[in-house]
Design a protein around this ligand. Structure first.
Ligand SMILES: NC(=O)c1ccc[n+]([C@@H]2O[C@H](COP(=O)([O-])OP(=O)(O)OC[C@H]3O[C@@H](n4cnc5c(N)ncnc54)[C@H](O)[C@@H]3O)[C@@H](O)[C@H]2O)c1
Length: 286
């Protein structure tokens, strides 16, 4: 068993961002169910409070909630300080908060939209890594799990979202080499979910005014959104199931954690497309 087996255990401390909903809430619930002390972070204050009460009520665990905008370095540093103050250490860090965003043509997407999506999905992970990895190195143990997407592994016309998720995979791979070179006893995973039943479809609820105005979706975009919503609702896995895969992945030392076998073929095809020099085929056949 990898050292991860000792990290998801009673008394250990997990920090989860984007913990008020969906996958993050599932992770918090599972970690608390394992007897861990949990720090739940999210930008949505009322939802976070309700989620904290839900997790604490269901598990009887020690749970702290910290309102955090992961796109702001100061917020993430305050999250670290609060976690250390409350529990004296951090053993598992899940940089999970993420938002969807525009699928308009790349050249038309407003700069503010790019900044919002990359700010949460990429800078949130950068801040999480810069802030928490030094704590784990100092402790001499810990595990970081960054949430990307299956759209970070293969191609897809998802605008800034896909860009951010490929970047999260690349960031986690680079971190792997650097930690391995130093023989640092820190575990690392990148979670690449397929469809999961969450509130992801309404990410715009957290869209700041600075992201600028959006134009109404085209008929084709509405059709794609309906297709994705249906896919998520019908084929989507439950967040707690995904949390189970993460815990299993941490315990067994799994680096890439995929959640939907029906996407395996598209992952293989991408490698072949790259070697053949072909342009990418749409991952879902559309
Ligand atoms: N649901 C899926 O099918 C799916 C698939 C692939 C990847 N993902 C990824 O999973 C992660 C979790 O998404 P989810 O599906 O659970 O969606 P969700 O909307 O249910 O949960 C995301 C959480 O992130 C929070 N959040 C948004 N902006 C934030 C910010 N600036 N700072 C802190 N928290 C913020 C939201 O308030 C929300 O609670 C995301 O990174 C998403 O890209 C989801």
């Amino acid at each position: 068993m990898s050292r991860g087996g000792e990290l998801v255990a009673p008394g250990r401390v997990a920090v989860v961002t984007g913990a008020a909903s969906g996958i993050g809430l599932g992770l918090a619930e599972r970690f608390a169910g394992e007897g861990m002390r949990v720090v739940m972070a999210d930008v949505e204050a009322p939802a976070l409070e309700a989620a904290r009460d839900q997790v604490a009520g269901a598990t009887g665990g020690e749970v702290v909630a910290v309102v955090t905008d992961v796109s702001r370095l100061g917020d993430v540093e305050a999250l670290r300080d609060r976690a250390l103050e409350a529990f004296g250490g951090v053993h598992v860090v899940c940089n999970n908060a993420g938002v969807g965003g525009s699928t308009d043509p790349m050249w038309e997407i407003p700069v503010g939209e790019w900044e919002w999506v990359l700010g949460v999905n990429l800078w949130g992970v950068v801040h999480g890594v810069r802030t928490f990895v030094p704590v784990l190195l100092e402790q001499g143990e810990g595990h970081v799990c960054n949430t990307a997407s299956i759209f970070g592994v293969f191609a897809g016309a998802l605008g800034p979202y896909g860009v951010s998720k490929h970047a999260v995979v690349a960031l986690t791979e680079a971190l792997h080499f650097q930690l391995a070179e130093r023989q640092a006893p820190i575990g690392l995973s990148v979670l690449c979910p397929g469809a999961v039943r969450t509130n992801f479809g309404s990410s715009a609820r957290n869209r700041p005014a600075s992201a600028g105005s959006t134009r109404p979706p085209t008929a084709e975009q509405r059709e794609f959104q309906a297709f994705m919503a249906n896919l998520t609702a019908t084929n989507g896995r439950a967040p707690l199931e995904v949390a189970g895969l993460v815990v299993e992945g941490i315990r067994s030392g799994r680096f890439y954690i995929l959640t939907s076998e029906n996407r395996n073929e598209a992952v293989r095809r991408r490698a072949e497309e790259i070697l053949d020099g072909r342009p990418p085929a749409a991952p879902m056949g559309r």
